[in-house]
Design a protein around this ligand. Structure first.
Ligand SMILES: C[S@@+](CC[C@H](N)C(=O)[O-])C[C@H]1O[C@@H](n2cnc3c(N)ncnc32)[C@H](O)[C@@H]1O
Length: 354
């Protein structure tokens, strides 16, 4: 291997100024991250809504101390997460277009559920990433309560609700894109495995009124899913069911979907779930998986790679994977072919055809 000396590196690109900026930006990235998470947790964006407020009005509304509130608001301005209108003596703060769409609770596109969950759970649990890397053990409620897998999260109703809202926040944009990227029109029925609060079924059913949908998950989740389906006025089209996908076979359907399910589990369980999907589908049926599929070179999809580290923090054996990985598992289960299509941002679908 060629050894690069400082001189030889400089000789390769004599005009390039090497700085530590990139390293420092990433290393101190938690400052910006926690500032946003705190703003969401304090309901800052929702309090502002469509209005604009002076710093003092905002400080009082949020119950903040005088010492750092201006720094807090102006940091958010410099991060592009608030607008500040300087009008002579009066300075007023308002939402940006993005924060008014995605961080005001009354907005249908609200993604703050994910960030609230990140603030309360992931932020502290990621604090022990090194321990996770050394031991291979999860660092979340599983470590703190000794209960396995989802039992630990589902033992506390408030944590369950926040977890479900967090997942809905993470996936809502992907599920809306899914309804455009995959043509459900050629199928009669859909079963969403681990459908949580039925967000996928609701997004797809709205666009395909002739598709019969079934959203199945563990028993504690069903009442929340049923409530959401009723609120969306889709109880005639979406059924909510309970089952345990580790023990039971899958309900039959023309299309089986799994959003962020496979990445929760180790390789043996991933393969078992894909095999169960194969067995429940008719000839020409399709398994559609929605995840932050890592690029085959494992270089580009940083969010997907970080999500896989998040699976270390959150699960006993879960990990994210590439399309090439999925293709191998699906062909082994008997599927005839697979393909990958991009959704919003870092997420994709991988489809296995029977
Ligand atoms: C990471 S969440 C994904 C939820 C949703 N599909 C999405 O894309 O946002 C995993 C889901 O699997 C469900 N789940 C976990 N273990 C299960 C089991 N043994 N049987 C059925 N559902 C299960 C959880 O309740 C949870 O809703």
């Amino acid at each position: 291997m060629e050894t690069l000396t400082l001189e030889s590196k400089t000789a390769v690109a004599p005009k390039t100024v090497i700085t530590p900026d990139h390293i420092i930006q990433i290393g101190m990235g938690f400052w910006a991250s926690k500032t946003l998470l705190a703003a969401v947790k304090l309901d800052l964006f929702t309090e502002i809504g469509d209005g604009s407020f002076t710093g003092e009005e905002l400080r009082e509304q949020l119950g903040l101390h005088t010492r750092s509130s201006t720094d807090f608001f102006d940091t958010l301005v410099s991060l592009g997460l608030l607008c500040r209108h300087d009008n002579g003596a009066t300075v007023r703060y308002g939402n940006t277009l993005e924060t008014s769409i995605f961080l005001v609770k009354s907005s249908p596109a609200y993604v703050g559920g994910l960030l609230e969950m990140a603030n309360d759970r992931l932020y502290p649990y990621w604090g022990s990433l090194e321990e996770g890397l050394r031991t291979g053990q999860p660092q979340n409620e599983i470590k703190h309560t000794g209960k396995p897998g989802f039992d630990a999260i589902y033992a506390q109703p408030a944590v369950l609700e926040q977890f479900l809202n967090g997942m809905a926040g993470a996936q809502a944009g992907n599920f809306m894109a899914l309804a455009n990227v995959f043509d459900f029109g050629q199928y009669n029925s859909l079963c969403d495995i681990g459908g949580a609060n039925a967000t996928l079924s609701i997004c797809v059913a709205r666009q395909y009124p002739n598709l019969d949908c079934l959203s199945v998950d563990l028993p504690p989740v069903a009442p929340i899913a049923a409530h959401n389906v009723a609120q969306a006025g889709l109880a005639h089209q979406i059924q909510v069911g309970t089952f345990n996908f580790l023990a039971d076979s899958f309900p039959t359907a023309d299309v089986i979907t799994m959003g962020n399910i496979l990445h929760d589990w180790n390789l043996d369980i991933k393969k078992m779930l894909i095999r169960k999907a194969y067995e429940a589908l008719p000839e020409n049926g399709a398994l559609v998986v929605i995840e932050n599929i890592i690029d085959d070179e494992r270089r580009q999809n940083t969010f997907g790679l970080l999500m896989s580290l998040n699976m270390l923090i959150e699960t006993d054996g879960g990990f994210d994977y590439t399309h090439a990985d999925f293709n191998g598992w699906a062909l082994e289960a008997g599927f005839r072919s697979t393909e990958k299509r991009s959704l919003a941002g870092s997420a994709s679908i991988v489809i296995a055809y029977k």
